[in-house]
Ligand binder design. Structure first.
Ligand code: ZN
Length: 453
């Protein structure tokens, strides 16, 4: 047999059903074999992992690259380069924050055009908004891998109320797709925001008070009722509370098709960090109490969380400093694309989170959510050779200069981590190593949903 293209050896391999010391053989961009101990064949390129961990490249289910229209906030080139640095080999980009939002076929075509510069592979979400039910089918035909809607007001992405959700969910189910929901109750958050603002509240804590866990739970309850009624498959994004996860777990037990996502920032920060850091740590739902963070960790450790995604939501620094005097005026969203693995390695290690569980929540489960498995999301024979070598012992303090985001700010700057990405490999090609992105823009491939696939 001819020499393989690549062999990665001397690694602690995290495969779906086992962990072992050894490596992988890559041919034509795919994993051709796994081996324990030393490699038994030769390859054109050999990478000695130095005893470090070899995991599946991350499938980040939730990023906002804001292009077209707001490429100055991020864009696909800088976004995908930062993804590579974060160990992410596939990202799934959200339909909002771009202008226009991805809510019809024409907007999807613009998004697909903008995305062609990507360094990593990617897929795209479509949007369900208040007036685009006639467009859902053409979005599906255009290759989106899922639909996203907001139950509360978001800037320039019209929210859906319960009657509209019901109709949209029926339609999305009939298309064979699923709906991801930002679940915060509009009536509660709106009323609380008005009351706080009327009382002159502009302080950082007011943001959390305006969006309590009760608002998240009310929206999740509504969504789950509609899922039971319509049979549509749901994915609840960025759940910030243990009770929210518990609602979803109970629904699963009752036979409802629903998955739960949380984000590293709910597992790393708490509401005291919003006080300390300010607008850079503003997000929705907001950071919660320290006890809530620990309760959410218990759900993660207990296997109740399907997906951990960055919800990378960048903006200009001016959009953040705009909230220095009035937190309500700051852009809501945390730039965190490069921090998912460091957070999970650092905070997970001290709580007993296994590397296999990290691989499950950051790669295998999200790939399955979008139907990108078995091509993506696991170290398995036949899968794309999307790999990340991580050093779980490497200690570092995140500096703004480490960020490859177009706008180098993040709530995580200054945070101390134990666990770093050493090398990222996409379809057998090293795209990040030694702190540098080594691949050119445009090598990434778009992964289409069942409408086109
Ligand atoms: Zn988001």
């Amino acid at each position: 047999m001819a020499a393989a293209d690549l062999i990665v050896h001397n690694a602690r391999v995290i495969a779906p059903d086992r962990e072992f010391e050894g490596g992988v053989v890559v041919r034509a961009g795919r994993i051709a074999a796994l081996f324990e101990g030393a490699p038994q064949e030769t390859a054109t390129e050999t990478i000695d992992a130095g005893g470090l961990v070899l995991m599946p490249g991350l499938v980040d289910a939730h990023v906002h690259f804001s292009e077209p229209g707001r490429g100055h906030w991020e864009g696909f080139e800088t976004g995908s380069r930062a993804a590579a640095a974060g160990g992410i080999t596939t990202f799934v980009e959200m339909p909002l924050n771009a202008h226009p939002p991805t809510v019809n076929a024409a907007a999807l075509a613009l998004k697909q055009q903008a995305a062609r510069v990507s360094v990593t592979d990617y897929a795209l979400w479509g949007g369900l908004v208040d007036d685009n039910r006639a467009d859902l089918s053409s979005l599906q035909q255009g290759g989106v891998v899922g639909f996203k809607a907001f139950m509360c007001t978001a800037s320039d992405f019209p929210r859906v109320d319960a009657p509209l959700m019901r109709k949209g969910m029926r339609m999305i189910a009939s298309l064979g797709s699923f709906l991801a929901l930002h679940a915060e109750d509009e009536a509660m958050t709106d009323a609380l925001t008005r009351t706080l603002r009327a009382a002159g509240r502009t302080d950082r804590a007011a943001w959390g008070e305006a969006r309590p866990i009760a608002a998240e739970l009310a929206a999740i309850d509504t969504a789950l009722e509609l899922a039971a009624e319509t049979g549509a498959r749901l994915h609840i994004v960025h759940v910030s509370s243990a009770a929210g996860i518990d609602r979803i777990s109970a629904a699963k037990a009752a036979g409802i098709s629903v998955t739960a996502e949380t984000c590293p920032h709910y597992l790393f920060f708490d509401e005291r960090d919003l006080e300390r850091i300010g607008p850079l740590a503003k997000c929705a739902p907001p950071l919660r109490a320290p006890s809530e963070r620990e309760a959410l960790w218990e759900r993660v450790l207990g296997g109740a969380v399907d997906v951990i995604a960055s919800d990378h939501s960048p903006c200009l620094i001016e959009e953040k400093t705009a909230g220095d005097a009035d937190i309500f005026k700051a852009w809501g969203g945390i730039s965190g694309l490069q921090s998912t693995l460091p957070v999970l390695l650092t905070e997970g290690a001290r709580r007993g989170l296994t590397l296999a569980a990290i691989a499950g929540m950051t790669a295998t489960n999200p790939a399955r959510l979008f139907g990108l498995d078995p091509q993506k999301g696991a170290i398995a024979v036949g899968a794309d050779a999307d790999l990340v070598i991580v050093d779980p012992e490497a200690e570092f303090t995140l500096a703004a200069d480490d960020l490859l985001y177009r706008n180098r700010h993040s709530a995580y700057v200054g945070a101390r981590f134990t666990g770093a990405v050493s090398r990222t490999i996409s379809r057998g090609e090293t795209i990040f190593a030694g702190g540098t992105v080594t691949a050119l823009p445009g090598r990434g491939r778009r992964l289409d949903g069942p409408g086109l696939a």
